[in-house]
Write a protein that binds this ligand. Sequence first.
Ligand code: ATP
Ligand code: MG
Length: 208
Amino acid sequence: MSKYTQDKNYIYYENSNIPINKLDIRDVSILEEKEQELLLKGYQFFHQTLSENTNFDEQYFQLLHRKTFEELYDFAGEYRTINISKGYSPFCQVRFLNQTSNKIFSELKKDNFLKDYSDKPKELFAQKISYYMCELIAFHPFPELNGRITRLFFDMIATFNGFEYIDYQNTLETNDDENEFIKASINCLAGKESTMFKIVLDGLKKSE
Ligand SMILES: Nc1ncnc2c1ncn2[C@@H]1O[C@H](COP(=O)(O)OP(=O)(O)OP(=O)(O)O)[C@@H](O)[C@H]1O
Ligand SMILES: [Mg+2]
């Protein structure tokens, strides 16, 4: 059974959860290793290139996905063209992707891309991050790797403000549908941000 409920397994090898990839890797654990390696490289690259001029806008969000995973996937940086859901949660419908991204990123721009939180109370920063995290989780614009890119996005915002990468501790631990991050995501889609807020607040720590 496919991990996603969808019309067509358009990015996966037939009868599998494995996204069609440029290296033609068909083994889940080898693919996960490769993705992990690319994600680490992505973290390094975007950390190094972070500057005062970095704006955490839609272009940047897509660039995180594209640059990190283009070695592996044709869909890197591209938004999905079919509707998908996980569990009972339907993500943003394809026909609303544009208007939803406009809404999220124009709001983020009004918040100066969360670039002014280095001297503010951590609670306020955690509130903002968890609000936008929930929005981006419901948006879920890519065919795959939404969770990792969304976390990378906020890790760069945290870094910009003098914080360490958000420590999700054991909330991501299992790969099944029961980990705390997923429960918090389900709550996000149900309009309840408090679970995600707690995870983010616990995970935020100022850099030494
Ligand atoms: N049942 C669900 N309801 C709502 N959101 C969900 C559900 N299951 C997963 N999610 C969200 O979708 C994300 C996973 O999406 P996707 O598979 O595109 O990203 P990933 O990077 O491959 O996965 P992960 O975040 O698990 O590393 C999770 O991080 C979570 O935020
Ligand atoms: Mg996935």
